[in-house]
Design a binder for this molecule. Structure first.
Ligand code: ZN
Ligand code: ZN
Length: 205
């Protein structure tokens, strides 16, 4: 049980019906959305690889898609890559606590699908009872962002982490209009928030 009065993921104050949870219901919903989207995005990596190669030099005469990008996509699809590796690590971790079932059989897509499904199925219990839910939430969000960016080709606005005088880390982009610190409730406008000191690199990751 979480002894803190706040969600370990977003630091919002827990409401009465959330007492004792490690992740608030909003964070639980967000993790569920990410887990739901990851398998479909993962499958679409293949299209992206094919599109990249069909615009090769022999066809268009234009510059080839940059090789490192395609190598990056291939790497994302491997067993030890940055998608399946961390997802299955969480499945094994959650299994020990009784929140997931390991099944590392089949293709990489099968395995990603299984991992997301079992994590999602057990998410409510983990959000209430698993002290490391915040780490899982961060990694799952990072995987979702990486896949979305690769598949849609859009780069997300660069995120910056700044520190509130109360020591809470606030994640913003240059476009952030304003933000309320979830810990001390100070309200910042656009220019005020950009003037806060940058958080250290680890917090920004
Ligand atoms: Zn939360
Ligand atoms: Zn604050």
């Amino acid at each position: 049980m979480n002894d803190l009065p706040t969600c370990t993921c977003c630091r919002r104050e827990l409401r009465d019906h959330e007492t004792g949870r490690y992740a608030c219901t909003l964070c639980e919903d967000r993790i569920a959305v990410h887990l739901g989207a990851i398998p479909g995005l993962f499958e679409r990596l293949d299209d992206h690889l094919a599109r990249g190669s069909s615009s090769g030099p022999a066809v268009s005469g234009s510059k080839t898609a940059p090789a490192p990008l395609r190598i990056g996509i291939l790497d994302m699809q491997t067993e030890r890559g940055p998608v399946l590796g961390p997802l299955e690590t969480w499945v094994r971790d959650w299994e020990e606590a009784g929140y997931a079932e390991v099944n590392e059989a089949g293709t990489a897509t099968d395995r990603v699908t299984h991992a997301c499904r079992t994590l999602r199925f057990n998410l409510s219990r983990a959000a209430r009872q698993h002290p490391a839910i915040d780490e899982a939430a961060d990694e799952i969000a990072a995987i979702w962002r990486m896949l979305s960016r690769t598949v849609t080709g859009e780069s997300a606005p660069r995120r910056i982490a700044v520190t509130c005088p109360c020591e809470q880390t606030l994640r913003i982009t240059l476009d952030t209009r304003g933000i309320t610190c979830p810990a001390c409730r100070t309200e910042y406008g656009h220019s005020e928030v950009l003037r806060l000191p940058l958080a250290d690199r680890r917090a920004a990751a």
